[in-house]
Design a protein around this ligand. Structure first.
Ligand code: ATR
Length: 290
């Protein structure tokens, strides 16, 4: 209601494209932020078909849409339609944030940055630590590049199938010379001890709450901190098992929140104070009903 009444000819328009888009929390994050900062901006979800992706971007540009987040399944397919992509987005081959610039949109990837910020807010360090990433899909790729850039002591990549794990490890090794090892998910128990384990697959996501990609309960006693990119349910079975084994646990809401904040900062070239961010985070968290 508030948004409808405040939109006028000076309102700056932002949004998110994906398919499906019904469950996105990004409009809640950004519109609450605009409200908090009293900014004349609006953030709208757009359900776009693959065949209409290029036309949607051309239209968005002509409609003067200032910034666009990109979610599943277009983080990679959108790249050919962009003016340029910043270095980290190029490394990953995927973007989640587009900024309007003269002649088209520039692509950025703020996912890894969001994860890193969420980890630091939870006092989890990566530098000189042993890190294990579970999964080797699109989400794992942005996580792996960002983790590798922090100089971990060692990075393990564990995937259900070996080929994708190898492909990801090779791509990481192309950019970063860090100790790397791949292991099949079925053999995860042979890993001795890890400081931080980051679960990047969609296994355990609502409505499949009773699933976890790791079946051995002993495994959870070998890890210091367990991170799951999923935030619905708020605590996945993976995190529940980790918490019961004494690990520090972090879900994916922080990553979602901070990737959005980074997108805001890219779009507006502004910064938000820590006090405001903390207040916004708590406000959003208390409004979520998972
Ligand atoms: P996303 O972009 O969300 O990462 P994705 O690119 O399709 O999605 O990647 C899915 C990841 O989840 C992969 O690592 C996949 O393992 P495979 O490469 O072996 O397919 C993993 N995954 C999916 N279902 C899984 C399951 N039931 N158990 C374990 N891993 C699973």
């Amino acid at each position: 209601m508030r948004l409808c009444k405040s939109v006028n000819g000076c309102t700056k328009i932002y949004g998110i494209i994906g398919h499906p888009i019904t469950h996105t929390l990004s409009p809640l994050i950004h519109n609450t932020l605009y409200e908090m900062l009293i900014q004349n901006n609006i953030y709208i979800p757009f359900d776009v078909s693959l065949s209409g992706l290029e036309r949607a971007l051309t239209g968005a540009y002509e409609l003067n849409i200032q910034g666009i987040n990109v979610t599943v399944p277009y983080k990679e397919t959108v790249i050919p339609y962009l003016l340029d992509v910043e270095a980290y987005g190029k490394q990953i081959g995927a973007v989640n944030t587009l900024k309007k610039s003269k002649g088209g949109y520039i692509g950025y990837n703020t996912d890894g940055w969001g994860l890193l910020k969420s980890l630091s807010e939870n006092d989890i360090q990566i530098k000189n630590k042993t890190v294990l990433i579970i999964g080797a899909g699109g989400a794992a790729r942005s996580v792996a590049m960002m983790i590798a850039a922090q100089n971990p002591k060692k990075l393990f990549i564990s995937n259900r199938t070996i080929k994708r794990g190898e492909d990801l490890a090779n791509d990481v090794a192309y950019y970063y010379s860090i100790p790397l090892e791949i292991c099949l998910l079925d053999s995860i128990d042979r890993i001795d001890k890890v400081d931080v384990c980051i679960q990047t697959t969609s296994v355990g996501m609502h409505p499949n709450k009773d699933q976890t990609p790791v079946h051995s309960d002993d495994f959870f006693y070998k890890i210091g901190s367990a991170v799951d990119l999923i935030y619905s349910p708020w605590e996945t079975l993976f995190l529940k098992k980790a918490r019961r084994a004494g690990c520090k646990t972090v879900n994916g809401f922080g990553m979602l929140f901070y990737q959005g904040i980074k997108a805001y900062e890219i779009w507006t070239e502004g910064n938000i104070s820590k006090d405001r961010l903390d207040a916004l985070f708590q406000m959003l968290k208390s409004n979520l009903n998972f």
